[in-house]
Ligand binder design. Structure first.
Ligand code: PMP
Length: 323
């Protein structure tokens, strides 16, 4: 058994669980349980790779402050690893994200700044631009830069992809991902293109996000910011997203996403975060459309405990017209 010396050694190697109660047609649908990472999301892998690559290149030294713009989970991964390795963390989070993520970040010692969710990438107030400003104003700082940093997709190419391939004995027909930075879908696309070229990368995009239209029509429209799931859906095309790997795209409404995680918890006992509702809804559509049996993989991207006060709270769901 590998010796566990630190929480860092617990990042990755997450289990794959087969869905039992949903109608998946002739397909098998598997969930990669990324909620079981120590920071409770898929972004721990990315935070670790970004920090370790920056250590190797000499961009981080022992008094560095790591700065990042985040929907929450990358910030949590960075805050956790920064704590373990002795760096400081400053995190800019979108103001529409669950307040529990802010408390979690603060509990891990990160300095948290909130930025507006309803402004486009050209605005000074856009969270990525706010993080850039904070980085420029902070001495000895390092911008993790998940939207541009190649370490982000490469974390998935080097760890998530090989794990999935091994767990399914090489029989992986499709992987369904959302896009926040595009790191997951692009890193996995690159891995499977070499290792298993028939494997299809499928996009699950929240309604209102711009990624599906870019994939299908090569147009960039304005985002309408109406999606309520956290961590996926975009108002710009990040450098880390390689559209060429995406074979097919599904648009998923708020109603479908929140209903799916509710059923997942009730029937399979898995308390997933809200983005997983979008991914699993799209994966189920893809499964039902297939004419032959396939192994399809998607993700429990993060833990539902962060969203107990929203996604699993009937008062909030009613307020948002979701029940
Ligand atoms: N789900 C959740 C909950 C996330 O926080 C993120 C990252 N923002 C994603 C999915 C999307 O991953 P990626 O950045 O690799 O596109």
């Amino acid at each position: 058994m590998t010796e566990i010396k630190s929480l860092i050694d617990l990042i990755g190697n997450t289990p794959l669980v087969q869905v039992k109660t949903f109608d998946t047609g002739d397909c098998n649908l598997f969930l990669k349980m990324e909620n079981m990472n120590p920071g409770s999301s898929i972004k721990d892998r990315v935070a670790l790779k970004i920090i370790e690559d920056a250590e190797k290149s000499g961009e981080l030294n022992k008094n560095s402050t790591i700065v990042e713009a985040t929907a929450g989970n990358t910030g949590l991964g960075i805050a956790l690893i920064a704590r373990l390795k002795g760096y400081k963390a400053k995190v800019v989070i979108l103001d529409k994200m669950n307040e529990n993520k802010v408390f979690h970040l603060q509990a891990l010692g990160a300095e948290v700044f909130k930025a507006r969710s309803d402004v486009g990438p050209d605005s000074k107030e856009h969270y990525v631009n706010v993080a850039k400003r904070i980085c420029a104003e902070t001495p000895n700082s390092y911008m993790a830069g998940q939207f541009t940093n190649p370490s982000n997709p490469s974390a998935h190419e080097l760890t998530t992809g090989p794990e999935i391939y091994k767990q399914l004995g090489g029989k992986v027909d499709a992987v369904v991902c959302g896009v926040g930075t595009g790191g997951t879908i692009s890193g996995l696309g690159k891995y499977f293109e070499k290792k298993s070229p028939h494997t299809e990368m499928i996009l699950a995009d929240p309604k209102g996000s711009i990624v599906k239209d870019k994939v299908e029509k090569n147009i960039i429209k304005d985002a309408d910011y109406s999606w309520l799931v956290e961590g996926i859906g975009e108002d710009f095309i990040p450098d880390t997203l390689e559209i060429k790997y995406i074979k097919k795209a599904y648009e998923i409404s708020n109603e479908e996403a929140f209903k799916t995680i509710k059923i997942l918890a009730l029937n399979e006992g898995i308390l997933a975060g809200s983005s997983s509702g979008t991914l699993i809804s799209a994966a189920l559509k893809y499964c039902k459309e297939q004419k032959e049996p396939k192994n399809v993989v998607t993700f429990v991207c993060d833990n539902g405990e962060k969203y107990l006060n929203t996604a699993y709270n009937n008062i909030w769901l009613k307020e948002k017209n979701l029940i």
